[in-house]
Design a protein around this ligand. Structure first.
Ligand code: GLY
Length: 428
C-alpha cells in the first residue's frame, strides 16, 4: 500500500507513527518531512497547499490513500481536487472545511442546528462591533473568522481590550484576510475538552477525549500558544458527557452539514467547554488537534488506517468502534526560547540515546536536518514528548523527566501538563 501524508508537524509525525503501526509494510510519503520523520518516510518536495501539483504527483505515483494533516490544504480544496481525479483521500471538502475556515459559518450552522455554543454576533466593521461590545460588556471573546494559525481568538477582560482586538483585526488587518470578518462571542466559564470524531458524513466515531494546555506558562499563565502539552483520557469526560457530545454536538452538526450539501467526511474536532449548563462548543476544527493527537494516538490499539480507508472509499462507520489500551498518555511540548513570540532557529538538538522506549515517544514538530547532518530546531514548538503510564500522574512524571533530558539552546517546557487531572486524582 502506498500512502501520502500531507503535513510535517508534530501531529503529522504522530499520524506517521500510527500509520506505520497499522500497516508496517506500507510505503509512506510525506510532504517536506521534519527531521524526525525523515528516517521513516519518503520525502516529497511539494508544498502542502499546492493542490494541483500534489494531485498530479499522487496520480502518477498511484497513491492508494492520502491523509491530510493541516487545515490550510483542506481549506484550499485538496480533497475536492483529489476526488475529481478519483484518488482516495481522507479529509473534508473545501465546503465542509468551512466549519474551521469560517468561524462565522460555524456559528450560524450551530445556531440553525441547535448545537449549544456561546451567544455571538458577526461584524465586518468596527462601528457595529463597538456598539455590540459596549452593550455586552466584558469578559468577552473576539475571534478572526478565518484561519489564523490558532492565534485568532482573543479573550478580553475589558471592553477596551476587546475594542483594541476588533480594531486590530478589522482595521489594521493584523490577521490579514482572516480578520476582515470577526465573531464576538460571550466568554464561557468551565474546563476545556477536545474530542475528535472520525466521520463518514453521517456517523461520528468518537476517539478518546483529551485536554490541551494553550497557555505558555505553568499554572496556565502567559500568552496563548498552539498548545504546550496534552493528556488523554480526561476523567470529566464520563460516558454521560460523551453521550451528550455525540447526540447534542456531533450528530446534529453532521446532519446540518449534510443538509447543506457538504457532508463532512474526515476528522471533526470539537473544542468543548464543560460548563455548569452542560457542554458548549468553543470551536470546530476540520482536522486532528496538535498536540492532542500526540497523546491520543499512542493509546489507540485498533487500526486508524482502516477507519480512514473506509471513509476515503465512501464506506460506512455504522456500528464501528475504536479499541484503546488501558492507562493514560501525557505529551509535553519542548519549545524554542521566546515562543510564542519571536525565536531563533538552527539550534542543535540533543536527544539522549535510549530515551525512547515502548511507552515513550519523541514526536518531532519544528525540527530539520542541516547541511552538516545535525538535527536542529526549525520552529517554535520543536518536540512533543509522549509518555504512557498507569494513570495521568505517572505518565506526566515520565513525560516531564524525558522532556528535561532533551537539550538545545533556549529549550523550555511546561512542567505541569495534566495538572487538573493530577489534582482530581489526589482528591479524597
Ligand atoms: N490544540 C489546538 C488545535 O489543534 O487547534
Amino acid at each position: 500500500m502506498r500512502i501520502l501524508l500531507v503535513g510535517n508537524g508534530g501531529r503529522e509525525h504522530a499520524l506517521l507513527w500510527k500509520l506505520h503501526r497499522d500497516a508496517p509494510h506500507a510505503d509512506i510519503f510525506v510532504t517536506r518531512p521534519n527531521g524526525g520523520m525523515i528516517p521513516h518516510c519518503v520525502g516529497v518536495g511539494i508544498d502542502p497547499t499546492d493542490v494541483e501539483a500534489l494531485s498530479g504527483w499522487a496520480a502518477a505515483q498511484r497513491i492508494d490513500l492520502t491523509v491530510v494533516g493541516p487545515e490550510a490544504p483542506l481549506a484550499a480544496g485538496i480533497v475536492d481536487r483529489f476526488r475529481s481525479k478519483g484518488l482516495p483521500v481522507f479529509g473534508p471538502t473545501r465546503e465542509a472545511a468551512r466549519i474551521e475556515s469560517s468561524k462565522a459559518f460555524a456559528k450560524e450552522l450551530m445556531l440553525d442546528a441547535g448545537v449549544p455554543t456561546a451567544e455571538h454576533r458577526t461584524f465586518t466593521n468596527l462601528a457595529g462591533a463597538e456598539t455590540y461590545l459596549r452593550e455586552r460588556g466584558a469578559p468577552i471573546v473576539v475571534k478572526a473568522s478565518g484561519l489564523a494559525a490558532g492565534k485568532g481568538a482573543v479573550v478580553c477582560g475589558t471592553v477596551e481590550e476587546a475594542l483594541d482586538a476588533a480594531r486590530s483585526m478589522l482595521d489594521d488587518l493584523s490577521f490579514g484576510e482572516a480578520g476582515r470578518e470577526v465573531v464576538v462571542e460571550d466568554f464561557m466559564e468551565g474546563e476545556e475538552l477536545s474530542i475528535f470524531a472520525v466521520s463518514d458524513g453521517t456517523h461520528p466515531l468518537l476517539l478518546l477525549p483529551s485536554q490541551d494546555h494553550k497557555r505558555v506558562g505553568d499554572g496556565d499563565t502567559g500568552p496563548n500558544t498552539g498548545g504546550m502539552g496534552a493528556y488523554a483520557p480526561v476523567s470529566i469526560a464520563t460516558p454521560e458527557i460523551l453521550h451528550e457530545a455525540r447526540t447534542r454536538v456531533f450528530e446534529p452538526t453532521l446532519r446540518a452539514l449534510a443538509d447543506q450539501g457538504c457532508a463532512f467526511e474526515g476528522l471533526l474536532y470539537a473544542g468543548l467547554m464543560h460548563t455548569d449548563d452542560g457542554l458548549k462548543v468553543v470551536e470546530f476544527n476540520c482536522r486532528f488537534g496538535d498536540p492532542e493527537t500526540q497523546a491520543v494516538l499512542p493509546l489507540m490499539e485498533s487500526s486508524l488506517l482502516e477507519l480512514m480507508l473506509t471513509v476515503a472509499e465512501g464506506g460506512s462507520l455504522s456500528g464501528r468502534a475504536a479499541r484503546w489500551r488501558e492507562g493514560a498518555a501525557v505529551t509535553t511540548v519542548v519549545a524554542s526560547g521566546g515562543y510564542p513570540g519571536s525565536y531563533e532557529k538552527g539550534k542543535a538538538i540533543h536527544v539522549p540515546g535510549g530515551l525512547e522506549s515502548d511507552g515513550l515517544t519523541v514526536f518531532h514538530a519544528g525540527t530539520a536536518v542541516d547541511a552538516g547532518g545535525r538535527l536542529v530546531t526549525s520552529g517554535g514548538r520543536v518536540l512533543a514528548v509522549t509518555a504512557l503510564g498507569a494513570d495521568v500522574p505517572e505518565a506526566a512524571d515520565r513525560s516531564r523527566e524525558a522532556a528535561a533530558a532533551i537539550t538545545f539552546a533556549g529549550a523550555f517546557f511546561r512542567s505541569d501538563i495534566g495538572w487538573r487531572e493530577r489534582a482530581r486524582s489526589s482528591l479524597p
